[in-house]
Design a protein around this ligand. Structure first.
Ligand code: HEM
Length: 451
């Protein structure tokens, strides 16, 4: 048996552990969804695609939300060198979130829906999530004390926290007849809130990643640098305005579309920065590659590059008309939530959890294999969705389209590839998750034995 140390499980670590378990569960639902692409009747009676998709997407979204929360709280405590102001509120928030998430998943299993895309659960369950988030904001603001001369990550966390609440509430405006009765306004707000919400959680995750990068490089200057703040404002600008590419196909005001297109193009600045710094990161990679957290940061860097390339192409109105409603959108959503959000969160998890009770180093060989398997298969997974999307886009825009069933037959080989690559990618993820989850659970079981 591995030796135990005294690094115990704390509330922020519990957020990360719960997030990791949700990711493990979400992957299983993802594989079932991929099988249903190929065999639509698979598990149809009790777990049709209408149930599997929300089960998958909700588990994954809450992995991102709980992972971001655990990361922000852990790093805020490290930055302040003291505990969060109200540890009790953090525990209540955890309880609210975990009970609500469990209720949501059970509601889906028994066929209770009523919500909109991404939040398909009965709308009443959004209330505890919003209340938990408000507790988080109160705890965060009380712990920061002053916002003067703070590094960029404090601003990113604050912005992400406030905008997440704002966009979450916005995504529920449809319950009021004033918004619901005007279909164009309703859809504009719906798609806008989904786009901006991603920007909000990106702020939380990017903030934690910058803190982590400072920690790895032992360079405290980065968080105060002009480049870091320029990136923050570009991110904020995009959070506020870049959602416009979600509504190109709606008959709304032209100027909204023009502004959003121009804003999307500012992302090129981020894009060129990544290329510019890539050379540097390759040389530093040699120094830090042994460090699991650094390795996931590096993988995310590559996926930021690929995702931005796809996003910039999708923001061009003439291309967007084709890609809208195809698997290219799914590739964009999954590429960014896996390659960027999940990899950055795994880097954060490895940094925070690597020595809870049992050092991760004990399982490093499996971790290495998992890392390469996940990255290579993710690329194939992503490409297969893009090709399926291109074929569907051609069919959608064709003047004399073939029957739907003929088009779906053409997509089958790519759905097959998607399923195989997705299953292998999940195996890779499980190899990565196993030591992380096992260490925490062993820690929890043995907590009473450790001083
Ligand atoms: C970390 C891992 C994963 C993340 C973060 C993730 C994220 C997502 C997201 C955000 C969506 C919604 C996409 C949209 O609405 O456009 C989605 C849908 C989906 N995912 Fe995943 N996913 C993951 C792993 C997987 C795996 C391994 C598989 C299959 C083997 C899979 C299969 C699916 C399927 C079939 C859908 C439904 C797409 C549709 O509606 O047509 N996912 N996933």
């Amino acid at each position: 048996m591995e030796p135990l140390n005294n690094k115990q499980l704390s509330t922020p670590k519990l957020y990360l552990l719960t997030g990791l378990i949700l990711l493990a569960v979400g992957l299983l639902f993802g594989i079932s969804g991929a099988i249903q692409y190929l065999v639509p009747d698979y598990l149809k009676e009790h777990f049709s695609f209408e149930k599997i998709r929300p089960l998958h997407v909700t588990s994954i979204l809450f992995w991102i939300i709980l992972g971001s929360t655990g990361g922000v709280v852990s790093y805020l405590q490290q930055y302040n060198n003291q505990k969060i102001k109200y540890p009790f509120l953090l525990k209540i928030q955890y309880l609210i979130f975990s009970i609500t998430i469990l209720t949501i998943l059970i509601a889906y299993i028994f066929g209770f829906f009523g919500g909109r895309e991404y939040w398909e659960f009965p709308p009443i369950l959004a209330l505890p999530i919003a209340i938990g988030w408000i507790l988080f904001i109160i705890n965060f603001i009380s712990s920061v004390n002053s916002f003067r001369n703070q590094p960029v990550y404090i601003w990113m966390w604050m912005t992400g926290l406030v905008f997440f609440l704002f966009t979450f509430i916005e995504s529920y405006l449809w319950i009021f007849p004033y918004f619901k009765n005007n279909i164009i306004n309703d859809m504009t707000i719906q798609w806008k809130s989904a786009g901006s919400m991603v920007g909000a959680w990106n702020m939380l995750i990017y903030g934690s990643s910058i803190f982590l990068m400072e920690k790895i490089s032992s360079n405290k200057k980065h968080g105060h640098s002009i480049v870091a703040f320029a990136l923050y404002f570009t991110g904020l600008f995009n959070l506020l305005f870049n959602w416009g590419h979600h509504i190109y196909t709606l008959p709304t005001y032209q100027y909204i579309k023009h502004i959003s297109y121009a804003v999307s193009m500012t992302e090129i600045i981020l894009f060129s920065r990544i290329i510019w710094l890539w050379k540097d990161s390759v040389t530093t990679a040699k120094k830090h590659f042994h460090y699991a957290a650094y390795r996931f940061l590096l993988a995310a860097d590559l996926w930021i590059f690929l995702t931005l390339l796809l996003a910039i192409l999708m923001s061009i109105p003439a291309i967007n008309i084709y890609t809208h409603g195809t698997h290219i959108t799914v590739a964009h959503a999954m590429g960014s939530t896996i390659g960027i959000n999940s990899f950055l969160l795994l880097a954060i998890c490895f940094d925070i959890l690597h020595d809870t009770c049992i050092p991760i180093a004990v399982n490093i060989k499996w971790l290495n294999r998992g890392y390469w398997i996940t990255n290579i298969s993710l690329f194939i997974f992503w490409i297969s969705l893009i090709i399926a999307g291109i074929l569907k886009a051609k069919w959608q825009m064709s003047a004399s389209p073939e029957p739907f069933s003929v088009m779906m037959l053409q997509l089958r080989p790519f759905f097959g590839l998607f399923f195989i690559a997705g299953t292998i990618m999940s195996i890779g993820f499980y190899l990565i998750l196993y030591p992380l989850i096992k260490n925490q659970i062993v820690c929890y079981i043995n907590q009473s034995k450790i001083k």
